[in-house]
Design a protein around this ligand. Structure first.
Ligand SMILES: Cc1ncc(C[n+]2csc(CCOP(=O)(O)OP(=O)(O)O)c2C)c(N)n1
Ligand SMILES: [Mg+2]
Length: 371
């Protein structure tokens, strides 16, 4: 019980009223049943199958990436299992001309946007060729600095706006990212300019080992958008249909000149933060893990599609086989890339004249590499 005070204005009530407005938007329940008919996007059978295919494929890509990392064949990797609906159903609402500004966990979205898989693997290895994006694929390199992509997205969206293009800039960060200064600056800037941006916060409950409850006093992350004047929504991030609709609507507003949206997707990462050695059992209980497993985005969508007669074991097996085959080919292609030279790294950084101290080092490496 708080101490009684003599406040004239009930600011606490204003806060409570705003916070209580953010109920979680859901269309498909855990049994795979539509519980919100009005919001059903009525995707075609083909689209439903495509979205399921991408989620199954990406779960396999995650498993293979973890295994390749353990074999020493990949470098940096941030697991994605549990976040497929959040990542791929939001991406499914986008168009080819839209720009994606991903965080380090958002490799699946940029792969489905057109980044060749072997390039994603080279990115993981820290190879500069992994960041050489083919012409016409509108993605930036995954951002490692937490939240920095939010400011960049505000800039890209402003560029799209100034050129009068019918496109959006979509960016992703995590619950932890929403505590960064860059997060607030990005949403505020885009809000002020009414730029066509979509800001997605994938709330997977943890920033490495820091739980969401310790991250912020805000009851939801979605409500943070209100302060910047953005339409904001809290959505069930394990529900592909809800994530799709929230993103589709945000895109429609953005290209119609109605400005940016903030979307919080409530989700969970099943694996460790990255493959660099954190142990989730030290900060999460298996009870919580199991609770979230019940909400699994693939299980739910599979049930929905099976009931419609659109999915079965054979279809799933075929996707898994194709994924494994393509991953094998892509890693082979990544292996065949020329070994990265230190001098190349430096040349890529400095188009013009290098500072003299680096120039000295450059000459040393050039000499070494020539042997
Ligand atoms: C500016 C900055 N500070 C700290 C870090 C170290 N760091 C890497 S990941 C991470 C947690 C981010 O959590 P969240 O935003 O919830 O994303 P998630 O990894 O859960 O997807 C931190 C603090 C960083 N990369 N950049
Ligand atoms: Mg997180």
């Amino acid at each position: 019980m708080g101490k009684k005070n003599n406040n004239i204005f009930d600011a606490k009530q204003t806060l409570t009223e705003i916070e209580d407005k953010f109920e979680m938007f859901q269309i498909l329940n855990e049994e795979g049943e539509i519980i919100n008919d009005e919001a059903d996007p009525k995707l075609s059978d083909e689209e439903l199958v495509e979205l399921m295919t991408r989620m199954v494929y990406t779960r396999i890509l995650d498993q293979r990436s973890i295994s390749l990392n353990r074999q020493g064949r990949l470098g940096f990797y941030a697991p994605t299992a549990g976040q497929e609906a959040s990542q791929l159903a939001s991406h499914f609402a986008l168009e080819k001309e839209d720009w994606i500004l991903p965080g380090y966990r958002d490799v699946p979205q940029i792969v489905w946007h057109g980044l060749p898989l072997d390039k994603a693997f080279l990115f993981s290895r820290g190879h500069f060729m992994g960041n050489q994006v083919p012409e016409g694929v509108n993605v930036l390199a995954p951002q490692i600095i937490i939240g920095a992509q939010y400011i960049q997205a505000a800039g890209v969206a402003l560029g799209i706006q100034k050129r009068g293009k019918k496109a959006v800039a979509v960016t992703y960060t995590g619950d932890g990212g929403s505590s960064q200064g860059d997060f607030y600056e990005g949403i505020n800037f885009a809000g002020a300019f009414k730029s066509p941006a979509i800001f997605i916060v994938q709330n997977n409950q943890f920033a490495i080992s820091t739980p969401r409850e310790l991250q912020t006093a805000a009851k939801t992350i979605a409500q943070k958008g209100v302060a910047a004047g953005l339409p904001s929504i809290l959505v069930d991030g394990m529900d592909a249909l809800a994530v799709y609709v929230a993103t589709r609507d945000a895109r429609e507003r953005a290209v119609n000149g109605e400005g940016p949206t903030l979307i919080e997707t409530m989700c969970y990462r099943y694996g460790p933060h990255t493959m660099a050695g954190d142990d989730p059992t030290r900060y999460r209980t298996s009870d919580t893990d199991n609770e979230w497993a019940q909400k699994d985005p693939l299980v739910r969508f599979r049930k929905y599609l099976e009931a419609k007669g659109l999915w079965d074991e054979q279809k799933e097996e075929a996707v898994i086989e194709r994924a494994k085959e393509e991953i094998k080919e892509a890693i082979k292609k990544a292996d065949a890339a020329p070994k990265q030279k230190v001098t190349q790294l430096m040349e890529n950084m400095y188009k013009g004249e290098m500072p003299s101290n680096l120039k000295e080092q450059y000459e040393i490496y050039k000499e070494k590499e020539s042997k």
